[in-house]
Write a protein that binds this ligand. Sequence first.
Ligand SMILES: O=C(O)CCC(=O)C(=O)O
Ligand SMILES: [Fe+2]
Length: 509
Amino acid sequence: MSNLESYPPVFRQLKASTPPQLAELNNNSNSMGDTTQASSSVDIPLVDLECLSLEKLGEVCKEWGIFRLVNHGIPPSLLSKLEEHVKRVLSLSFESKQALLTNPLSYFWGTPLLTPTGDALRGALNINWLEGINVPLCHLQQFESGDPKLHDFRHYLEEYGRHLSRIATTLFEAMVKNLNLGPKQSESSLDESTGFIRVYRYPSGSLADETWGMMEHTDSSVLSIVNQDQVGGLEFLKDNEWLLVNPISGTLVVNIGDMLQAISDDQYMSVKHRVRTNKLAERFSICYFVFPAKGSVICSSKYKPFTYTDFQQQVQHDTKTLGYKIGRVGAGGQKRLSATLSITNRISGAFLATTLLVSYLLSLKMGSICFTYSNFYQFFFYSEKLAPVTVSIAALAVSYHLCYGVRHLLADFSGKLMQGKISFEMEIRGKRMVAMAAVIALVMLTFTAEAARPTEADGVIVITCSQPDCQNKCLKAYGSRLIRSACEKDPTVFGGTLCVCYHTPPADV
Ligand SMILES: O=C(O)CCC(=O)C(=O)O
Ligand SMILES: [Fe+2]
């Protein structure tokens, strides 16, 4: 069987097509543009699992977000056996892979993003030059295949999975200590049963300059552990420069995922990375990902509490609508974990809507049905006491919604224009948002109060109020029309008093 037949048909067509046709198919979205120059390779920091230094581990996670793991305890024989099987299985014909790699495994190509059931998530068309097998470790035992080769494959995957669970747990426990996380924050933040393995094959060929093996992204996991072959091609972003991770046999590459960034309050960074394809050789990699326990709420001072499921839903939504994932926590950009509205938002919204509706109904009643001089004043006389409270709450609610709207606009722009480099949405939220709204409301109320202050024409004389003074002023202003005068609270200014003259209207009214 020719190697070409083992590829998904779309890859065979793409390989045969000329670059302009490819550009059309790819919608230019995965074109490498002017970034085809080779990145410089770099020695990423080493972490030794046999003698873990918490301090060094912490430094590396904060500065790099990616490191090479040595002395991890996986027998070299297991590594080579697994690699051999991965190559053999992925080199089967496309049709055989589709037929054999079934539930709980799944075979996918063109995108690394899968739905929770393991199907490829096809969004705005992005062809990643890869194919792979998704292996959820906790269901792997259920994988039955008549083919003895696949039986061995399952066996090696299981053994490799056990080692990777051990490694991830050891690293995570050390990170928890380094971050000084309490049991509440660390408990259920990493759940071994969520672990899965992905094996990838990145085809070689003349299209290597046209497409990415895997486009730049951050992982949504807590930790990701990559085992790449000698072809290499894994690159990561550091200080705005793309660097190539040297392939070194027998070592693993660990990178921090979005969930660990959130758990660590953005102290550890979820690193941006991508995979470059090779003109001459196919590339294989075996990756492990682990996540927080299902339903466990991630609490961090930087983000609204959220579950991994919330996050995953947002990522899937962004991928379907925009073609790429926006939602890297904080630094990865706009972490859009606020898909649902906060309780403050809902209460203030409901209050504003009710006020508006009541005002509308009242104006209908007074305006078009029975608006008379006396019932108009009667209404305001009775509702006068409520007015300042209603107006103050309405001002606060309006300001809150204003801040919220501005924040969302900034967040949307930061996501669309900056490809998620800024995270407005998560920086200003909760109590800070309410405080900002309160300041705006206070300023608004002060100006409105000043503008709405009653005047002499309204029968109100603004003086430092004492009964005899008030009586004299009112008499002077209204003469025989005066009924009575009184010092009363100024409804527009807290703590102020006004002299109010109650008088009959002029004779011609
Ligand atoms: O294949 C690799 O080296 C990396 C794969 C990767 O980044 C991923 O699956 O998220
Ligand atoms: Fe990744």
